[in-house]
Design a protein around this ligand. Structure first.
Ligand SMILES: *Cc1c(COP(=O)(O)O)cnc(C)c1O
Length: 356
């Protein structure tokens, strides 16, 4: 069997949820969209179902998958519905939904709700991607509030730059949100992972933790997780399945992008870009081999990649950690010019091994 595995440590996930909930205070949604950032939405939601205040996914189909697999906690649709008839399914599956634009609001009020609906009304406080403009927000809120079909309204907004403490944009968004919400009752939800970690003033009744829940830092430098005692949930590891010694000045791999400088022991590792390892990770990208730091040499191919064994003591087997504990995903992302979100979402084809 091919030795490449993604180990998913569910105890770390539960630990991270506890840490983030404690830090945020009050309620915390566990964001499990995009198959829980590549970790497996059903397994992750099952591991958290008895402790989470709720889950968040991007759209209806993701939520239905969770319900059909026995997930009982509240589930919020972060993008709301795409078509008016989906409100019937929102009701059938007992979901909460975001309303970020006027057509969604009208369709929601037109639906024949049998139980009062819980909706999250989204404001565009400055990101300019989705949400009601601040000057239209109170009107939208009142339209919902006045309808007997609507039960609870949670006011929400999303930050553009919470991972960047320098810019002042998050403070501005908080201020815009608070000003436009003056006099509107009920709960609020502002903070994603970066804001939970870095902006205490954004911690309100409901947090929404994605990346940090998986023990990965939302900050470019990879800061914030170690300090907060968050533990990486995914560890991707494989093995060297062939070994050779190359003489000095020999090329390796596609594009002959790397030439040996000296006699070099090269290990061939079962992991490639078809598994989601970033193809543009350059030579010198860190890997961990039998407990020692080493490096990628040459370009990653579709099914395999090559590593430098020169400084690794000869052994009968070599375990290679591509990322996880010793090589953080932030380090890999930085080396490859990616963000950790994208690398996690691209993980595929490898076996996932769940550890309680
Ligand atoms: C994805 C998402 C989150 C989670 O963001 P992280 O940075 O992963 O914590 C929170 N809120 C909204 C609206 C989202 O779309």
């Amino acid at each position: 069997m091919r030795p490449l595995v993604a180990e998913i440590r569910l105890a770390h996930l539960r630990h991270n949820y506890r840490v983030l909930k404690e830090m945020h205070g009050q309620n915390l949604l566990a964001v499990v969209k995009a198959d829980a950032y590549g970790h497996g939405a059903v397994q992750c939601a099952k591991a958290l179902d008895d402790m989470a205040d709720g889950f968040a996914v991007a759209f209806l189909e993701e939520a239905v998958t969770l319900r059909e697999n026995g997930i009982k906690s509240p589930i919020l649709l972060l993008e709301g519905v795409f078509e008016p008839h989906e409100y019937a399914l929102v009701e059938q599956y007992g979901l909460w939904t975001v309303i970020h634009q006027q057509t969604q609001l009208e369709d929601c009020l037109a639906h024949d709700w049998k139980q009062p609906a819980t909706v999250w009304l989204k404001m565009d406080s400055g990101m300019h991607r989705a949400g009601f403009f601040p000057h239209n927000y109170a009107a939208a809120y009142h339209a919902l509030q006045q309808s007997p079909k609507i039960g609870k309204i949670v006011k929400m907004t999303h930050f553009a730059c919470a991972d960047d403490a320098e810019r002042g944009m998050t403070e501005m968004q908080i201020d815009t949100f608070d000003t436009a919400c003056e006099g509107l009752g009920g709960d609020s939800s502002l903070a994603n992972s970066a804001a939970i970690l870095a902006y205490p003033e954004a911690r309100r009744e409901w947090g929404r933790a994605g990346l940090a829940l998986y023990g990965v830092s939302p900050f470019a430098a990879g800061a914030g997780c170690f300090e907060a005692d968050l533990k990486p949930v995914m560890r991707v590891a494989s093995q060297v399945f062939a070994e050779r010694v190359l003489q000095p000045h020999e090329p390796i791999g596609y594009g002959a992008s790397f030439y040996t400088k000296r006699s070099t022991r090269v290990g061939l590792v079962a992991c490639g870009y078809a598994d989601g390892y970033p193809r543009n990770a350059p030579t010198d990208t860190p890997v961990f081999i039998n407990g020692m730091r080493s490096r990628l040499i040459g370009r990653a191919s579709m099914d395999m990649l090559t590593v430098d064994l020169s400084h690794v003591p000869a052994d009968s087997a070599y375990e290679v950690e591509l990322f996880g504990d010793s090589v953080s995903i932030n380090e890999l992302a930085q080396s490859a010019g990616h963000i950790p979100y994208e690398i996690l979402c691209h993980i595929k084809r490898m076996r996932r091994v769940y550890q309680a």
